[in-house]
Design a protein around this ligand. Structure first.
Ligand SMILES: [Zn+2]
Length: 239
């Protein structure tokens, strides 16, 4: 079973279309369209847009979560993202050198998928926001792929209680090597008991995954928070 965030496809296509058309017209107006700035703009939008997950299973696709109103917001976010990224360009990086092409890196790595989950109040089953979610491995915070991805992640309002992490790729000895990575999500909210959930992500090593379209999503079960002393077994809540 593959889980796919269709918002990613829309955002990647829109950012590339706008950057390509700016490059073609030569009307840059201070906008950088290099691959790093494109990826930064894509991250900016994806961290703010509502994800729409689809399960594809033997060719059959089923939309799990749909929000048509969200589509208009994405275009606004794309323009905002491209402008913001260009006005806050990364230092120590040769902008514009590659003009949209990805750097080819041959060393094998474990491309950890994006890790996504949702948090609800167990009291009224509404999505929670302004709460803190941490991704840990062996008790330490997991380093993210780049500074656009936050750990700890603060769930923002109107995103359906969604949090997303994209861990940094880890070095592998060779390609097609299978390894299991152990993680824990730690969720804290005022007035609620802390929730810790351990899970394992199987990853095959390969070349560095620089394109979002190649990325997989590891979907966690929905989490429900309860006041201290009223915790429920999370497994039962997902049945
Ligand atoms: Zn740039």
């Amino acid at each position: 079973m593959e889980i796919h965030n269709t918002t990613e496809d829309i955002v990647i296509a829109e950012v590339n279309a706008i950057c390509d058309s700016l490059q073609a017209k030569g009307e840059m107006a201070g906008i950088c369209t290099c691959s790093q700035c494109r990826q930064d703009a894509i991250c900016y939008v994806l961290n703010r847009a509502v994800p729409r997950y689809m399960v594809s299973h033997r060719g059959a696709a089923r939309i799990l979560e749909a929000d048509p109103q969200n589509q208009a917001d994405i275009s606004t976010l794309v323009y905002e993202g491209i402008r913001r990224v260009s006005h806050n360009q990364r230092p120590y990086f040769e902008h514009g050198k590659d003009a949209g092409k990805e750097a080819a890196l041959d060393e094998p790595v474990f491309n950890i998928p994006t890790i996504m989950g949702r948090v609800f109040s167990g009291l009224n089953f509404s999505p929670m926001s302004n709460i803190n979610v941490e991704l840990l491995t062996n008790g330490t915070m997991v380093e993210m792929k780049d500074p656009n991805w936050q750990n700890p992640y603060i769930i923002i309002p109107n995103t359906g209680g969604t949090f997303t992490f994209w861990p940094k790729p880890l070095p592998a000895k060779e390609a097609d090597e299978r390894q299991f990575f152990e993680y824990t999500v730690k969720i804290n909210a005022d007035g609620m008991a802390e929730l810790n959930h351990g899970f394992t992500v199987p990853v095959m090593s390969g070349k560095i995954n620089s394109g979002f379209s190649l990325n997989r999503t590891f979907k966690l079960p929905d989490f429900y928070l309860f006041p201290p002393g009223e915790e429920k077994d999370q497994r039962l809540l997902n049945e």
